[in-house]
Ligand binder design. Structure first.
Ligand code: OGA
Ligand code: MN
Length: 295
């Protein structure tokens, strides 16, 4: 069966049919999916009842697996998943929803803020692939914003003003904005801010994107309030309804997105009920600011 794609939003998002993600892709299929990602930035696949191993194998068509280390307050021995996928559920190791006050739960609530995955890493993520294993009964839609369309819609003066700006990103900024402020010394070291360009260019089609994320908490050369106000204004612009696609999950949906061209957030959901979402993350290949090691 040939791959077919139907665009779901005026700017981006393709719904893909004709692929069974339980099976290895042919080289031709992998090339087609990657080209579709470049174009649509978000792809939706329905009815993909896959294992963690199959999900990871599909992701590895597009690059290397990103190591989850440094992106969470959960210790490795407390991981629910040992398959190499990121656990984006609200579940503990016992398979039950985490208690309301559990530190991991409070930290994970940061996913309700608009972000781009791993923008807090020196080399941020390329693609994320999220599989819905258990859908929550209330809320929990995931929203995506097209950061290319948002960039294109800026006026020329703003484009010129922000072209070369550099931001500092850290998990302590995103979580801090929700009042999660207590970190161990080890976490402070792990979550040290990294630098990212505010405008980035896609390596294949060369379209520019606004590279925003709730992890961004300072702009180089600006006072903290001035920088944060600029980031807030740009985020408000970039997440206007015209740039946003809302995904309402069905069990066994798989949605993959390009973190270089989109932001996303999950909406609040019923935390007393399970929501089991598992993410394979494809590592990026280069920093947006070079050379970061010298900082
Ligand atoms: C993620 C994420 C949103 C969701 O997997 O990176 O932000 O819907 N998830 O759980
Ligand atoms: Mn995310």
């Amino acid at each position: 069966m040939a791959i077919a794609i139907r665009q779901l939003h005026p700017h981006f998002v393709g719904e893909v049919t004709g692929l069974d993600l339980r099976k290895p892709l042919t080289r031709q299929e992998a090339t087609e999916v990657e080209a579709a990602m470049d174009k649509y930035a978000v792809l939706v696949f329905h009815d993909q009842d896959i294992t963690d191993e199959q999900q990871l194998a599909f992701a590895l068509n597009f690059g290397e697996r990103e190591n989850a280390r440094g992106g969470t307050v959960t210790k490795k021995e407390d991981y629910r998943l040992t398959s190499g996928l990121n656990d984006v559920s609200n579940l503990g190791k016992d398979g039950k929803p985490l208690a309301r006050g559990h530190r991991t739960h409070l930290f994970n609530l940061g996913n309700c803020l608009w972000h781009s995955d791993s923008s807090f890493r020196p080399i941020p993520a390329k693609f994320s692939l999220l599989s819905a294993r258990v859908v929550n009964p209330k809320g929990g839609n995931t929203e995506f914003a097209d950061m290319r369309a948002a960039y294109d819609a800026l006026d020329e003066e703003t484009k010129a003003e922000i072209e070369d700006l550099i931001c500092e990103h850290s998990l302590m900024y995103s979580r801090g904005s929700l009042g999660f402020l207590d970190y161990t010394d080890e976490e402070k070291e792990m979550f040290k801010p990294v630098l990212q360009r505010l405008v980035r260019t896609h390596p294949v089609h060369r379209r520019k994107s606004l590279y925003l994320s709730s992890h961004a908490g300072a702009v180089r050369g600006m006072s903290m309030p001035e920088g944060r106000l600029l980031l807030r204004d740009l985020t408000e612009h970039a997440t206007r309804r015209e740039f946003v696609y809302v995904h309402k999950w069905k069990v066994h949906d798989l949605v993959m997105w390009d973190n270089r061209q989109t932001m996303h957030r999950v909406r609040r959901y019923d935390q007393s009920q399970p929501r089991d979402m598992r993410r394979a993350t494809v590592a990026g290949t280069e920093p947006t600011v070079a050379p970061q090691a010298a900082e």
